[in-house]
Design a protein around this ligand. Structure first.
Ligand code: SF4
Length: 378
């Protein structure tokens, strides 16, 4: 079976005020050290894995900000991956980019290196709200990044957005989405802002200096996105993701279908060989362990069949198509309706899910209450 491969690039020009991802300030020596260590990790897995596990169906450079690295460095990583792994025909290769870090020459280099999907973290087309989030880019830079991506020849573009930003009105969000749809990207992701503990934004809200977006307003924004993007020809295929026909993100589908993936780089997560494991987040420890010829893994967990079944249920329910009950039966030799009889009966009775055509899926009532449904399977 092929796998999805994730490469974590842990550098950003400046920390956004809501961000709790693993990222470090841009620094030439740190980036050179990271690149050397990443190549060691690629070679380590390249030598250890079997042919099937080295067959890559999707590749995703995330972060951090992968485009903080020179485009030539991303090309070098791709060359190393082609040497140690096997990128399948038609492999989706995505690079996440901050609109403040792209230029025409860099985008052309990425395209020539084989990158065929660009994911731009636009977040909002409102400069005031970008300021609240602490983003480094402006609306004008985001629009220019989209123009440059198209001019360079990127035919598969995702734009990421956030709603529920403190101070954001429903009409701000409607304007942002209208501008997004007018750019005709192949894919749009719209996430409600999470106030992660310890972030500057969450601390500001905790001290009462910043007003969090009211829950009912956030729900209205979500419902608007679902309805508006559907009217614009985007299929709502996952709780927060919308795609033109055939443009669903192949890499993220690997996660939601609970298929196999390998994550390389500090803090990257993997699910392969019956284990879930995660890399150390600290850049110095990541490099030290690889210098000693060790895997930079911090925590490993061997999954039981029960764990894997539960994860297949709550990850699959993120998809609007839902969990394919026949596929579940083939994969585990047991029917989900039997394993989770009590849980499924309860959420069916509450109208949070429905069964249709062999799929168990969230109902329109259950969509905004997805976390309540997921808890049934944890
Ligand atoms: S660009 Fe992304 S990873 Fe970097 S600080 Fe901002 S949200 Fe976090």
């Amino acid at each position: 079976m092929s796998i999805g491969l994730y490469i974590h690039v842990p550098f950003c020009i400046r920390k956004c005020l809501y961000c709790d991802f693993t990222s470090y300030p841009v620094s030439g020596p740190a980036m050179a050290d990271y690149l050397g260590s990443l190549v060691k990790e690629i070679n380590l897995y390249g030598a250890a894995l079997g042919d099937e596990e080295k067959s890559i169906s999707s590749l995703f450079f995330g972060g951090g900000t992968p485009t903080c690295l020179p485009a030539g460095a991303l090309k070098m990583i791709l060359d190393e991956l082609r040497y140690s792994f096997s990128l399948m025909e038609g492999c989706e290769i995505t690079v996440e980019a901050n609109p403040g870090t792209v230029d025409a020459a860099g985008l052309e280099t990425l395209l020539k290196a084989g990158v065929n999907r660009l994911s731009l973290g636009v977040q909002s087309f409102n400069d005031g709200l970008l300021g609240v989030l602490g983003r480094i880019h402006s609306t004008a830079q985001a629009l220019e990044a989209v123009r440059l991506a198209r001019a360079s020849g990127f035919a598969n573009l995702n734009l990421d957005f956030i709603f529920g930003i403190p101070g954001q009105t429903l009409s701000d969000w409607q304007e942002t989405l209208a501008q997004a749809a007018a750019l005709y990207p192949e894919h749009i992701a719209a996430y409600g802002l999470q106030l992660e503990e310890g972030t500057t934004l969450a601390q500001g809200v905790g001290r009462g200096e910043i007003c969090a977006c009211p829950e009912d307003l956030e729900l209205m924004m979500y419902r608007h996105a679902v309805e508006y993007l559907d009217n614009c020809g985007y299929k709502h295929y996952e709780i927060s993701n919308f795609a033109r026909p055939g443009r669903e993100c192949a890499h993220n589908l690997v996660y939601w279908l609970n298929n196999l993936y390998l994550g390389l780089g500090p803090a990257a997560h993997s699910f392969i060989g019956g284990e879930r494991f995660s890399n150390v987040p600290a850049l110095d420890r990541y490099s030290e362990q690889l210098s000693g010829g060790e895997y930079p893994v911090e925590a490993r967990e061997r999954l039981t069949v029960e764990d894997e079944m539960a994860e297949t249920m709550f990850l699959g329910l993120r998809l609007t198509a839902g969990v394919d009950l026949n596929l579940f039966h083939r994969r585990f030799g047991r029917r989900a309706e039997d394993v989770y009889r009590r849980e499924i009966e309860g959420i069916l009775k509450n109208g949070l899910v429905e069964i249709n055509g062999g799929f168990l899926r969230l109902s329109s009532k259950g969509l905004p209450l997805a976390n309540v449904v997921f808890r049934e399977f944890v």
